[in-house]
Design a protein around this ligand. Structure first.
Ligand code: NAP
Length: 300
């Protein structure tokens, strides 16, 4: 079962699903399962009793969350907590997605899973509370924190840049916030690799880890692509890959004020997910080229 079917990650999982014929996928959109209707969540999971539940739905409007706190909290904190409990009751492995925005961004080396959390905006705080509720209600849950997600689907930085670069002679992008982009297709693949390793423990887990991964691998994992760049670097890479003449100017965060504060540094350390599930992690620029190729070749 996959929630948020029409979001970036949900769409990439839909794209990937034919490669996993051993699973019957049930994709839910907002119309089929509203996460702000907490009663509906338990009912839906109890009626489906899926083997795995991947929660790709979230309140992701970071700036709007500052003024829609109640709704953001219900979707990002309470709903995952209810899902986790429903999964435990129905013997379903819960896989939840969280964010680099649980950290304050004052760090200078990649964040590890156990590093202190301290969100600087309400979106981050609501996602952190979601993590706590999930783990409290169902400690076997897997939480994957990711960052700077983009895809050929939905709204994201890459698509915004493509639009702006096509319309304007020059644009300005912040060059003092550092992180690593995540191609949603790579994250979808990582999730399916984790599920496959559960389904057949001897197939993907490193030697000696066969057995009951469900019981041993619950916890938080970090996943993004590899590398460390600023949003400005990301924009320049997009411009160079699509060879467009638009000039990209670097600016500082104070020159681009937003309702929600952003962490200055949110690079994630991926050692744990790579070592536990043998997941290869691609460089951000390799995956960016793949995504831009797909956008270019998509039917207009
Ligand atoms: N995007 C990023 O840069 C980023 C960074 C770090 C972590 N994450 C996390 O990664 C996960 C996937 O993000 P994404 O980028 O794929 O998000 P997305 O593209 O914004 O998709 C979110 C999905 O959630 C659905 N949704 C929102 N409110 C809902 C509700 N009340 N009931 C049911 N469905 C609802 C949306 O439905 P509609 O399609 O109907 O709107 C949408 O399909 C999320 O947990 C997010 O917090 C994202």
């Amino acid at each position: 079962m996959v929630t948020g079917a029409n979001g970036q990650l949900g769409m990439e999982l839909q794209e990937l699903s034919p490669r996993y014929p051993e699973f019957d996928f049930v994709f839910t959109t907002r119309e089929q399962l509203r996460l702000d209707d907490l009663n509906a969540i338990d009912q839906f999971i109890s009626s489906q009793k899926p083997q795995y539940c991947i929660n790709c739905a979230a309140y992701t409007a970071v700036d709007k969350a500052e003024s829609e706190k109640e709704l953001a909290y219900r979707i990002n904190a309470e709903a995952p907590g209810v899902m986790a409990a429903a999964c435990k009751k129905n013997n379903t492995q819960f896989i939840h997605v969280s964010t680099d925005y649980v950290f304050n961004g004052n760090g200078t080396s990649p964040y590890r899973e156990e590093d202190e959390t301290d969100p600087v905006n309400f979106y981050g705080a609501s996602k952190l509370e979601g993590e706590h509720m999930v783990m409290r209600n169902n400690p076997n849950s897997i939480i994957i924190r990711t960052a700077w997600v983009y895809s050929e689907f939905g709204k994201n930085f890459v698509k915004t840049m493509l639009r702006l670069m096509a319309d304007k002679d020059q644009i300005s992008v912040v060059n003092d916030q550092y992180g690593t982009p995540t191609y949603a297709a790579d994250l979808a693949e990582a999730i399916m690799k984790i599920i496959s390793s559960f389904d057949n423990p001897t197939r993907h887990l490193p030697t000696g880890q066969a057995g009951s991964p469900l019981a041993t691998h619950g916890g938080i994992y970090h996943f993004s692509n590899e590398g460390q760049i600023s949003w400005y670097d990301f924009a320049v890479a997009i411009k160079e890959l699509i060879t467009i003449s638009c000039k990209v100017n670097p600016i500082s965060t104070p020159e681009y004020p937003t309702p929600a504060k952003r962490p200055a540094f949110s690079v994630l350390d991926k050692t744990k997910i790579r070592d536990t599930f043998s997941i290869p992690i691609k460089d951000w620029n390799t995956s960016l080229a793949v995504c831009l190729g797909k956008i270019k070749n998509a039917p207009k």
